[in-house]
Design a protein around this ligand. Structure first.
Ligand code: CP
Length: 369
């Protein structure tokens, strides 16, 4: 099939490698839409960049340097689905890098109320801004808009801040950054060399809850496939099991995975446990009400039986599935996840705009001996 013929058909139906290529420019990340865009080298490059940015931001002089980097760019945060962390961490990331930003959070205050389509709205935004960060309830909307902008007079990058039930790649990047910081305690001291080994080898990671509709877990699974030698345990109600598209992807990449109905049965084996809430906003007719979700909770008593270096994660917001009594346990990493997200998102924006080399130079000149 020629390139023209491929473009005439649905781009989302094309092979992933083709889509990833369309989301890149000069063999480099341009749009951030899919977790499959990240290989282990890029994951570790961005983790190191996030470490450098958080170290540089520790001083007034460092903050001034970072704020000078992208003051000539403008960003739009187009978030038409509710968000606290993703919205605020992206706005904080823009502030760190000196990017002025604007927001649309309620389409009823835009001309969409007069019948303008969302596609036209995004085209209009692309005329005013240099980057669009987008959360949208429809799977594939951000990706389709990325391809449309590629073909437009002003192609600018789009970052997917959560697309329906499908993907949340920047959350997955902050999650893998949190895992690497936990599994590699010297990551902060080793921001220059690549990781020497495979930090995931021999690890057991449990994902718990609504795995069918939890986009953060789906995206993180794609990233974990860049490593090997781990055991994934999916603990979920039968109605909310991990999708076959993900389990087949894990199979193709040789990642061991198994299903389990009871977190109690595996908690002692776990190196990390990733909790998720019931995603009942995706219910069609309140069907989640019939599910006994309490069974898929993590309690303080369970944590007391777990490994002393267990990594407890949750993308938040949480409900009752994560016992608040765990919050003071040093193994609780969900508040660190929130902060890691700000540094990782700053790193991703800096990378998209080709300022990573300047940051590395600055870091090596001022922060290493
Ligand atoms: N983790 C996450 O995406 O949180 P928000 O929905 O608050 O952005």
């Amino acid at each position: 099939m020629s390139t023209t013929e491929m473009l005439q058909t649905d781009p989302l139906a094309q092979p992933t490698a083709y889509r990833v290529a369309q989301l890149s420019r000069d063999d480099r990340l341009f749009h951030i839409i899919l977790a499959q865009q990240f290989d282990s080298e890029l994951i570790e490059t961005l983790c190191r960049l996030a470490e450098m940015i958080r170290n540089i931001a520790d001083t007034k002089r460092g903050n001034q340097f970072l704020r000078s980097l992208l003051a000539h760019k403008r960003a739009m945060l187009y978030f038409i689905q509710p968000s606290t962390r993703t919205f605020l961490s992206f706005s904080a990331a823009c502030q760190i890098l000196g990017i002025p930003y604007n927001e649309v959070r309620n389409p009823s205050t835009s001309s969409e109320i007069k019948g303008e389509t969302e596609e036209d709205t995004v085209h209009v935004l692309s005329q005013y801004f240099d980057l669009i960060i987008m959360r949208h309830p429809m799977e594939g909307f951000a990706e389709r808009m990325a391809y449309k902008l590629n073909a437009s007079l002003r192609p600018i990058p789009i970052i997917n801040g959560g697309s329906g039930k499908d993907q949340h790649p920047t959350q997955a990047m902050l999650d893998i950054y949190t895992l690497l910081r936990s599994f590699e305690p010297r990551l902060a001291d080793r921001v220059r060399p690549m990781l020497s080994g495979n930090p995931f080898h021999g690890r057991t990671i449990a994902f718990v809850g609504d795995l069918k509709r939890g986009r953060t877990v789906r995206s993180l699974c794609y990233l974990l496939c860049r490593y090997s030698g781990m055991r994934l345990v999916f603990v979920s109600p039968p109605e909310l099991r991990m999708g076959e598209d993900i389990t087949e992807y894990l199979d193709r990449h040789g990642i061991h995975h198994e299903e389990c109905d009871d977190l109690n049965a595996v908690i002692r084996d776990c190196d990390a446990v990733y909790m998720t809430r019931l995603q009942d906003e995706h219910d069609k007719a309140g069907e989640s009400k019939a599910i006994d979700y309490y069974k898929y909770s993590l309690t303080l008593e369970m944590v007391e039986r777990a490994k002393p270096d267990l990594v407890i994660m949750h993308p938040l917001p949480r409900r009752a599935e994560l016992d608040v009594r765990i919050d003071d346990d040093p193994r609780a990493k969900y508040w660190a996840q929130v902060r890691n997200g700000m540094w990782m998102r700053a790193a991703m924006i800096a990378y998209i705009f080709h300022t990573d080399a300047t940051i590395i130079d600055h870091y090596q000149t001022h922060y290493t001996t």
